[in-house]
Structure formats: structure tokens, C-alpha cells
Ligand binder design. Sequence first.
Ligand SMILES: Nc1ncnc2c1ncn2[C@@H]1O[C@H](COP(=O)(O)OP(=O)(O)OP(=O)(O)O)[C@@H](O)[C@H]1O
Ligand SMILES: [Mg+2]
Length: 435
Amino acid sequence: MTEKQPANHDLATYSEPVRRSDGYGPKTDKLFQFLAGRVIGQERAVRRIANGFALHHAGIRDMRRPIHVAIFSGPTGVGKTMMAGEVGKYLIADQLRPPISTIDCQMFSQDHQLSQLIGSPPGYVGYKEPPLLSQLKIDGPHFWVKYAEYIKANPNLKVPEDRTQYTAFMTQMYKQLQPYNSVILFDEVEKAHPRVHKALLGIIDKGEAIMADGKRSDFTQSVIILTCNIGGRHASDMLAGRSKQIGLQPAVSGSQSAEAIDQAIYQDTLDMIQKFFPPEFIGRLRDQIVVFRSLSRESCATVLDNMLAEVQQRVNAMPPDLEGAPEPPPITLAFTPEFKEMVLDQGVSREWGLRKLEQAVKQRVVLELANAMECQEVRPGDEVLFAVKNGQVALYRKPRARKQVTVSPTNGDSDDLEKLLDSLDFSPPDDKDDS
Ligand SMILES: Nc1ncnc2c1ncn2[C@@H]1O[C@H](COP(=O)(O)OP(=O)(O)OP(=O)(O)O)[C@@H](O)[C@H]1O
Ligand SMILES: [Mg+2]
């Protein structure tokens, strides 16, 4: 048997096998776990996004374009805007600026509204604020924070007073203190004016937007997310035909109908792109469409559990009444399955998907608890159960343990006895009535 060797590659010299991980590399996996732990039931979407970041994490992405571009589509209230926010939180772990800039495209459907986005040409009376797509708006606050830190660390640095030199100095600073990151969400992109679509093309293709005054904003360190609701509406109609609740998977559906809905959403989104963007971009954008799935009741229940766990965390973080006083013992919350079903029925709806779940948790759990705490019916250390009685929320408490005092045998020393008496709380009952 004759072995064919590649002409110029002596295989013997490539002796070390290159191992690859089964899933993602460590950075991409961290992002995947972060998103999947927060945005529930959207594993396919999370996977698509993580894939999009893999090149960036390996350091071999196209540096002339944004870090990542994605188009989110799907039914209402299933986590599209939330996902964009979570990507922002992951990338921008800094408390000083919002993790994401949202551009609500329906606010930019008319020609005269564009000056807010890209400014006005010189000579025109413009909008006073810097335009939303200007460099200053994209990463402005972040830059100034870095700049302040830099100046503090370099006290001998002379900032030029001459205007021209100052501009050159600041431009240099800007280059030096990069890279920054930003996540920009264009919500309901189908509603934007064609000039916004044109600006978007520049951002997606060249990683830049040209403002009306000719200045250039750099988006090569940005993540661009577009949401498109056209497909979502179609999906909602389809779901409405089969299910009582939009945003939930149709109760009787097999996987086929879920696939059919996904396909319809994908096709609608593609049609939208074809309508608004020139043909040369269709291929590029087609690959970026991420279709979000309608959520199963099980996933909704997991979201609710996460929200309830957050309430518990908030209760645990309750500060003591007085500064310096010892931490109060925690209040422990528990919920019956009927109670959770009731909150789910209220929070997940045909019209809003899961959008009203947070509100339902606030009404049924947080406010009820706050009321009981204010009335001293629930106090630190209590264990409280949320249940349903006659269709209404009912709270039950475990009996409070009486304070057990263990008296250790003393050797008859009167000092010991005094210490023991001091440690016991013999404060008289409220003596207001006596006065
Ligand atoms: N998959 C999910 N995982 C966890 N929470 C979710 C999920 N989907 C929705 N929620 C909850 O519902 C709220 C609303 O969801 P979101 O704003 O992301 O909906 P959307 O998909 O953007 O809807 P729309 O198309 O109407 O804009 C979120 O803030 C979150 O509390
Ligand atoms: Mg949204």
C-alpha cells in the first residue's frame, strides 16, 4: 500500500496533535454559561450568540467591523431585549455607565428626527445634545472616567492650553485609552427611516457611521443588536390560533409545529431585511438572524423560580434597624405549587408573553410581604409560606421558637448570677397604657 503524502508537508514534522475542547473555549464558555443561566429556555439563541463571540475571544475577528452583529426576532416577551441587556452586562462590567445603549427605531421614522441620531450639517440649527451615534455618546462617559484615572496616575502630565494642541492631545488620549466596548441595540429596526438603515449598513459593513458634520464614529469595538418585531407578530398570530397564551408553546404542538413557527419567523425577518437593505447585504445579514423560541410552561416556571430567589436575596440583604446593630436573622420564604401557578397565570399572558411576570411577582409576593412586615406579622427570623386560600394569597408563618435559656450550674458565685440575670431580657411589656 502506498501512502500519499502532501507534497510540501512532511507529516513527521507535525508531530504534536492539537487538542480542541468539545464545546467552547474557556472565554466563550463563560459567556455561554452567563447568558444561559439568565435567559431561560433560549439555548439555541444563546448558542448562536456565543458562536458569534468565539472569533473575538480567539483574537482573530475582522477588526474592521463590529465585534458582533445579530438580529433578534421572535414572539413578544420571550427575552430578546433581556438577552441584549445581559450581553451588555457581561461585556461592560462597569457600574459607571449603562451596559447598553438602546435606539428605539420608531422614534426615528421621520426625516426630521434624524438629527438626534447623526446630528445636523454645519450651519443648521441642530439638536443641542451630541447625536446618539456620535463617538461621545457611544463611549463618552467611559472615556472620561479612564481619562480622569490616567491624569491622576500621571500628575506631571501637562494638558496643553492652546486650543489646537489641546485637540491633538485629546485625540491622542482617545486613541491611547481605548479599547472601549459598547453594546448598541436598535429596537424594532423595521420602523426606522431609510437613512437610519443606511447608517446601519455603514456600521455593519465598515464599522463606522458618518455624522452629518462629517465626523466619524467608530463601531469596531461595539456589539450591534437589531430587534425585528415583524416575525414576532406573525408568530403571535400563529400561536394564538393554537394556544391560549402567546409567548408559550402551543399546548398540543409537537416539535414540528414549533419548527414551523420558527421557520415562519425566520422567513418574515428575512423578508424584512430584503425590503430594507440592499441585496449585497442580504447574505451577510441572513446568517445573523437569531430566532427566539416561544417558552414552555416549564421555562416560565424556571424564570419565576429565579425571580423568587431574587426576592429572597433582597430580603436576606436587609440591613439592621440601627447602624452597628447585629445583622437580623433572615426571613425564609417558601411557596406552594398552587401559589406559583397563580403567579404564572397572572404574569404570563397572550398579549405580553412574560413581560408582566415581574409585575405579578411584585404584586403577589413583594407587596404582600412588605405589608406583613410593616404590621410586624412577619419579623426577622420567621419562616413564611405563600399559599392560595379561596383564590386569594394567604401567608402562613411557622410558630416562633421560644427563647431557650440554658442555665449552667454556677459555683454559687454571686458575680456569675448577676451576669446571667443581665444577659436575660426582662424588659417590661410596653408601659404606654400605664402612663
Ligand atoms: N427567556 C427569558 N428568561 C428569563 N426572563 C425572561 C425571558 N423572557 C422574558 N423574560 C422576562 O420578561 C421580561 C420581558 O422580556 P423582554 O423585554 O426581553 O421581551 P422581548 O422578547 O424583548 O419582547 P418584545 O418583542 O415585546 O420587545 C424580561 O425583563 C424578563 O423579566
Ligand atoms: Mg423587546
